[in-house]
Design a protein around this ligand. Structure first.
Ligand code: CTP
Ligand code: CA
Length: 227
């Protein structure tokens, strides 16, 4: 347990954390969303702040209260989330825990879509910007440590390791979000931690425990030690 001088190991460091889902509008009253609760990202923001970091939490719509001691920026769409993250740079640490919608509706309707228009609507989609990949490739303003998650339903380690390389981040916390695991929207998480050296399997934990373990790892990283 942290004591004395070690209690604020991240004092003087700054962090950006993304959390929650994004909402991608279809028309003025409808949107595309996902089941993310924001619990994991919010817990990480709070744990980093408790360790002394200056934290900007960029959150999509959730039912959670803003964490204590954290500057929270509320956004709805992936594009807004990216803009808020870029505005929050520079930072020493970025943790992307948001379940960003992979696609948005291209050419969202300015008026509510109506049933009596004569035909069924079809939604054309376009890919959203990848916030984790963008932050990993910001050149001179790249945070020293960029951490992402990988939500997978099969071949979890394999997919997550490939994701780490593709996105250019330093660490990936992979989790199995298959139906029945209860991870997505739930309280618990089983993490496979992946860095350039390989992977560690963390025990089944609450999301608050995962936040604490990650924060300890980040503090050790900046202290030049390993865990
Ligand atoms: N991520 C992001 N911006 C996106 C999509 C994902 O920042 N537009 C981040 C997530 O916050 C997470 C990581 O990238 O930290 C991996 O997200 P995931 O959905 O698992 O990966 P994708 O690259 O979107 O691939 P896929 O959903 O097809 O598995
Ligand atoms: Ca995705």
């Amino acid at each position: 347990a942290a004591t004395g001088a070690q209690a604020k190991p991240l004092a003087g460091r700054s962090a950006i954390v993304t959390s929650g889902p994004t909402h991608e509008p279809i028309d003025p009253v409808r949107y595309i969303a996902n089941r993310s609760s924001g619990r994991q990202g919010h817990a990480i923001a709070e744990a980093l702040a408790q360790a002394g970091a200056a934290v900007t939490l960029v959150s999509g719509p959730t039912r959670l209260a803003d964490p204590a001691g954290v500057e929270t920026v509320h956004v709805e769409t992936a594009q807004q989330m990216l803009d808020a993250c870029l505005t929050a740079l520079p930072a020493d640490i970025a943790v992307c825990a948001a379940a960003v919608a992979d696609w948005r509706v291209s050419g969202k309707a300015d008026q509510k879509l109506k049933k009596d228009s004569g035909s069924l609507p079809s939604l054309a989609l376009t890919e959203n910007p990848d916030i984790l990949a963008t932050l990993s490739k910001t050149g001179s303003t790249r945070p020293a440590l960029v951490v992402g998650f990988a939500a997978e339903t099969e071949a979890v380690l394999e997919h997550a390791m490939a994701k780490r390389k593709r996105k250019g981040c330093d660490w990936i916390l992979a989790n199995d979000v298959s139906e029945g695991t209860g991870t997505f929207g739930g309280d618990r998480n089983r993490i496979h931690f992946i860095d350039e050296n390989g992977h560690q399997d963390w025990p089944d934990s609450t999301k608050v425990e995962v936040a604490t373990t990650l924060t300890e790892k980040i503090a050790a990283h900046f202290a030049g030690t390993t865990t």
